[in-house]
Ligand binder design. Structure first.
Ligand code: AFP
Length: 329
């Protein structure tokens, strides 16, 4: 029986007492703790039917409809971060950066609840976070601390509230999977070094948008659909949950690719996913697990944001397949 490692132990060993790492460890522990509370709310399903309700006519910063649980999740995360050395929180649910601690040395960018459209259908949803260093001296405008390429992240992860509550995390040395153990209340290390298979026969895309896609994406999917007799010489399977955290966890478990290309619909020219608090964290996790993440052709982690809530086309997963897709572009 291998040693049971809790998230707490893992973080202590990783930080080794170094102040900068200890700050990151405190932020991640806080987000994980908030995630357990959010998972409990999600697990009540229709008993908390108000949480699935759309908040009035309100939309979030990026114009998406806002569910009650989106806001509750942000409140929980903000409250959990208050005692930690985080200076600001950038959230999908708030237009501007939210001040947390004046003496903070980190900024956290978060999608408090990814998959909101699935809340009332008992499908996995989750929380996605990205952590970047913050130095008041270097960032006259705190926004500068988040408006930087994702390769500057010091940590990233997502929680998925599904049959299991899992935390997929990276601190820049591989990607780890922790599972929340309801008996002990701890997150326990389940996979110390995720390795996404380079090849795959499985893709995830919302195929109902095919008439809106650009030619390269359409050609790629057509070639997959042509199967063994087609140019790919193999049959493909398709999976699309509607919650990126669920699709991502499947990809981290058995490989595959996730595709949300830009398309011709108004507001979807750059796809649906947000660069700073969705694409960047998932790209960091993916690359740390040996996979690839692009906007179809350019590495996600090299893209400099021009707006906090900027959308970006997103392709991530099995490295060889991501490279194949880039060749179509
Ligand atoms: P919501 O949080 O608004 O439900 O969006 C979820 C998401 O950003 C991502 O998690 C899904 O993969 C994707 O949107 C689903 O988009 P479609 O509903 O257009 O398929």
């Amino acid at each position: 029986m291998s040693e049971i490692v809790t998230l707490q132990t893992y973080l202590e060993r990783w930080a080794g007492g170094a102040p900068a790492k200890t700050a990151v460890a405190e932020a991640v522990r806080a987000i994980a703790a908030a995630g357990v509370g959010i998972a409990d709310l999600v697990a009540r399903g229709p008993l908390e039917e108000s949480l699935a309700k759309i908040r009035g006519a309100e939309a979030n910063a990026g114009g998406d409809t806002q569910k009650e649980l989106d806001v509750v999740a942000e409140e929980r995360i903000l409250a959990a971060l208050k005692p930690t050395p985080v200076a600001f929180l950038a959230s999908e649910e708030s237009e501007a950066l939210i001040p947390v601690n004046p003496a903070g040395r980190l900024v956290v960018a978060v999608d408090p609840l990814d998959g909101s459209s699935n809340i009332d259908t008992n499908v996995s949803v989750g929380t996605i976070y990205s952590i970047l260093p913050y130095d008041a001296g270097n960032h006259a405008d705190p926004k500068d601390a988040v408006m930087r390429p994702g390769r500057d992240q010091v940590a990233a992860g997502f929680l998925a509230y599904g049959p299991a509550t899992v935390l997929v995390a990276t601190f820049g040395a591989g990607t780890q999977v922790f599972v929340h153990d309801r008996e002990s209340g701890d997150f326990l290390l389940a996979r110390a070094g995720v390795e996404i298979p380079a090849e795959t026969k499985e893709y995830g895309v919302n195929q109902s948008n095919v008439r809106h896609w650009d030619a390269p994406m359409t050609r790629y999917i057509e070639d997959c659909l042509a199967g063994k007799e087609g140019p790919r010489g193999k049959d493909f399977n398709m999976r699309w949950v509607g919650s990126m955290v669920a699709d991502a966890f499947r990809i981290f478990t058995r490989g595959g690719v996730y595709l949300y290309p830009g398309d011709k619909r108004k507001g979807y020219e750059s796809g649906r996913l947000r660069l700073i608090y969705e694409a960047n964290p998932v790209a960091f996790l993916t690359e740390q697990a040996g996979g690839g993440a692009t906007d179809g052709k350019t590495r996600i982690l090299d893209i400099t944001p021009h707006h906090i809530h900027q959308r970006i086309p997103l392709v991530f997963g099995s490295k060889a397949e991501v490279e194949t897709i880039a060749a179509y572009y």
